[in-house]
Ligand binder design. Sequence first.
Ligand code: GTP
Ligand code: SPV
Ligand code: MN
Length: 619
Amino acid sequence: MTDIVVGNSDKLKPAVEEALKSAPTQHQRLLDWVREVAALTEPETIHWVDGSQEEWDRLTSELVDAGTFVRLNEDEFPNSFAAFSDPEDVARVEERTFICSSTREGAGPTNNWVDPEEMKATLTEKYRGCMRGRTLYVIPFVMGHLGAKDPKFGVELTDSAYVVCSMRIMATIGQDVLRTMEEKDAFFVEALHSVGAPLDEGQDDVAWPCNPDKYIVQFPEDRAIWSFGSGYGGNALLGKKCYALRIASAIAHDEGWLAEHMLILKVTDPQGETHYISAAFPSACGKTNFAMIEPTIEGWKAEMVGDDISWITFDDEGKPRVINPEAGLFGVAPGTGWTTNPNAMRGVAKGNTIFTNVALTDNGGVWWEGMTDEVPEHLIDWKGQDWTPDSGRPAAHPNSRFCTPIEQCDIVAPEYSDPDGVPLSAIVFGGRRKTTVPLVSESFDWNHGVFQGATLSSETTAAAKGQVGVVRRDPMAMLPFIGYNAGDYLQHWVDIAKKYGEENMPKIFYVNWFRRTPDGGFAWPGFGENSRVVKWIVERLQGTAGGKETPVGIVPNVEDLDLTGLDADPKDTEAALAVNVDEWKEELPGIDEWFEKLGDHVPAEVKEQRDALGARLDG
Ligand code: GTP
Ligand code: SPV
Ligand code: MN
């Protein structure tokens, strides 16, 4: 597929030729592709990533020497590092993200589209010589279990050692993957990445090389990814959003499963009955926090299976099973603290963590807003400036992140590493809305739940470049991640239930932790207290909890929620649960506009749900 990539093999450096000759693989397609990319991008040398501890030690030391990493205080954060990005390279860039399917219609109205041949021609010129003075790293990786029946392989070619180290945390990478890929002669997704900052001879590098002209490009039909110009997480760690969501959603559409932006939570009730719940909230809207919840109610236990991505397949009987395809957590730092998310805090404190764009303390540790109640008197902020509490600006970037192995989390469920995944009982959608959307509702049936997901709305956050706090529709929290036409994606959701049987489908719920009271505070305390909502959801599955039918779904009465020991004004809880018909009527024009934007690919079943909602609100 890389037919347009025309490089000049004469330009291969001796070290590159040598690395190709001594390559640790016989996989011909891989060898051809690496040679081709090297000829185009002209790196100084090639390194075949083996994923070993020695390799990590060497690369992290090199990154410290280069000024990209600051090694943290070993007592507090062993084997951990802080990185500081270019101030313009701090988040996903949705405007520069493209789904290059063969037709514009294939990408649909919610994605940027350029003809694939044109995009390949443009990017080929961008990539020409772009790795001069740098190392080309070859990272074999697998998303999900290497022992899965059909392991989902990828190979990322990158000129960033920061990416190599981060990928080692976020995915299974290296020698074993390469060997298995070779044994199976398996297909792999080609994932090409460059920071787009070639070095002339003798030119000094900067701590965070990148290029103002960014391209995050998916070719869904080729199952290929070309990323250029950014070193930041979702733009550069190509196994994550680019593969496990955008490319995987296209594969899932073809194969009859779902690749979703969902955490996976395991809950065990006081009787020992276990349920697994996947929840889709948009970026920086609470997935990591919910996945690591510490229940505040007696006898309930929560464990984590995943915090960002769910791959939901259906077994021979049509029963849904879910896996987390990732090996690490790439979590939002601000707001993660000992009171809000102690499990995350304990996880990162074990070390082996890369922090990006947090602040540095005077004793070589890290800090961010919300980490501790007490604010340090002096910090070096994420831009390298002295910071004090009266500086009037955040010390950490609002989208600063911790990148840590999932196995370090005390509450990771042992089933996390089961290649067959876990059975899925419920799907929860949620957004960040100040008004209108109640704390929790249960959908009437599958198609109503699909409608709730299709019309999910949320305020934008710092996880993507652009304005923060603007309400937008974000279907199934997948707006930036659907690798094909969003209308077809909704149809796929409708069709899944037809294919495998509605009786097999997980029950669907819709939550909003972010509703406000008139004085501006949160109506619901959130975090650990969300376990009360989890309890109601599980009891609905078991058929024991009450609820009242409202125009938007089944909502608990205040007395249906276990509020024992809750430190909250009962009026606020009422307000969090309220379904206000007038507010919902005001939602309708926005929903209609949204469906108009999606065009004629919106499923009839979903449009029927819109009419039914209108009728219920009038009724
Ligand atoms: P991505 O990694 O970007 O996909 O985000 P995420 O959905 O995992 O978001 P995360 O859990 O990191 O939460 C982001 C922000 O939401 C943090 O600042 C949290 O403090 C805040 N947050 C999470 N849960 C709650 C909650 O229940 N109530 C309130 N008020 N805030 C919450
Ligand atoms: C998100 O933005 O939803 C993330 C972070 O989980 S990133 O991997 O950068 O996309
Ligand atoms: Mn995410």
